[in-house]
Design a protein around this ligand. Structure first.
Ligand SMILES: [Ca+2]
Length: 334
């Protein structure tokens, strides 16, 4: 992935700052390529990163970026399993997610399967990997493996009886209607880990593009809402990333002084390949580019520039002119 995608942002530095230009294909590691992966492993990877689909091939959610952060523990623990030996499938997607799906994201909760052995509502008897804690590892696997993307997945939008709101009604954040928010002078900063295993940055970018379409273009949208995608970062942290940044301080400055952030300055923590490295995390759709001078460990030697978007699936043709994150805070003073 790094070999294919790292340099596409203009600098080989272990960070994929232009994931839209990334053309990594796991088939290059399969039997027809280097042979590191089996054909079924390649199929699984392609399927997972393409995102969930129903039987007609319609996407139920976004796909996922190829980002080196997927090699980090913070990705693994959600998708594959924990960092300690444990029986069964112990990924958070099957334990935490396996419980949340039938009870929170299905309306009415667990209506079809309550009490059936191996299904939510049944007594969990599986031994846990941690002494004294209930075993969740394989408890919901029958439910998950029987989950029907055509029939069961739409229940996230369902309402029923006393459940006058669907899960998406009360928990979803897909709305692009920010008229009242904007009129009141409020500001919104959204950040997203490009290697977040839970919520896909592709989804966040898709939502933000919809917001741009509805709000009069990039510049108008950036008057009240800005998106910051953090390359390499897992869910709210972790991964090979400059994942320490002060988004709240930036929000306060924006609200109280009228200076919106064109970038958040991120610092790489100790458990990354480059502790102390700093980078501008640019307001989407701008991306950081090395100026060609000075240390690549220092954010000061990078500039936020308009994205060069090579991906046909992610065209950058919004009505916001050059669509770039202008690099000057002063532009944003009202
Ligand atoms: Ca790079």
């Amino acid at each position: 992935m790094l070999k294919e995608c790292d340099g596409k942002d203009g600098l080989v530095d272990g960070i994929v700052s232009n994931p839209q230009a990334c053309r990594f294909d796991p088939r290059t590691l399969g039997p027809q390529g280097s042979g590191l992966l089996s054909a079924s492993q390649v199929r699984a990877l392609r399927s997972v990163f393409d995102g969930a689909r129903d039987s007609k091939g319609r996407a139920l959610y976004a796909g996922w970026f190829w980002d080196p952060g997927i090699a980090a523990p913070g990705w693994r623990i959600w998708k594959i399993g924990p960092l300690f030996p444990a029986p069964g499938n112990t990924s958070l997607n099957t334990t935490l997610g396996g419980a949340a799906l039938p009870f929170v994201f299905t309306t009415p909760p667990n209506s079809k399967t309550a009490g059936r052995p191996g299904y939510p509502g049944a007594v969990i008897t599986t031994a846990g990997p941690v002494p004294g804690l209930p075993g969740l590892n394989d408890a919901f696997m029958p439910w998950l493996l029987s989950f029907d993307m055509d029939v069961d997945a739409p229940e996230i939008y369902a309402r029923s009886g006393i459940y006058s709101q669907s899960a998406m009604d009360f928990m979803g954040t897909r709305s692009t209607d920010y008229r009242r928010f904007r009129a009141g002078g409020s500001k919104l900063i959204v950040y997203s880990g490009q290697a977040d295993p839970v919520f896909s940055s592709k989804y966040h970018i898709g939502w933000y593009r919809d917001l741009i379409d509805r709000s009069g273009g990039v510049r108008d949208t950036q008057q009240f809402a800005r998106l910051f995608v953090v390359p390499g970062m897992n869910h709210c942290g972790g991964g090979p990333a400059t994942s320490q940044f002060d988004a709240f301080g930036a929000l306060v400055k924006w609200v109280e002084q009228g200076q919106g952030p064109s970038a958040l300055i991120g610092t790489a923590p100790a458990d990354t390949p480059w502790p102390g490295r700093t980078r501008p995390i640019c307001a989407y759709p701008a991306q950081p580019r090395y100026t060609g001078h000075g240390s690549i460990e220092d954010a000061a030697n990078f500039a936020c520039v308009a994205m060069r978007d090579d991906d046909d699936d992610h065209e950058e043709h919004s009505s916001g002119g050059n669509g770039s994150g202008h690099g000057n805070d002063d532009n944003d003073r009202q």
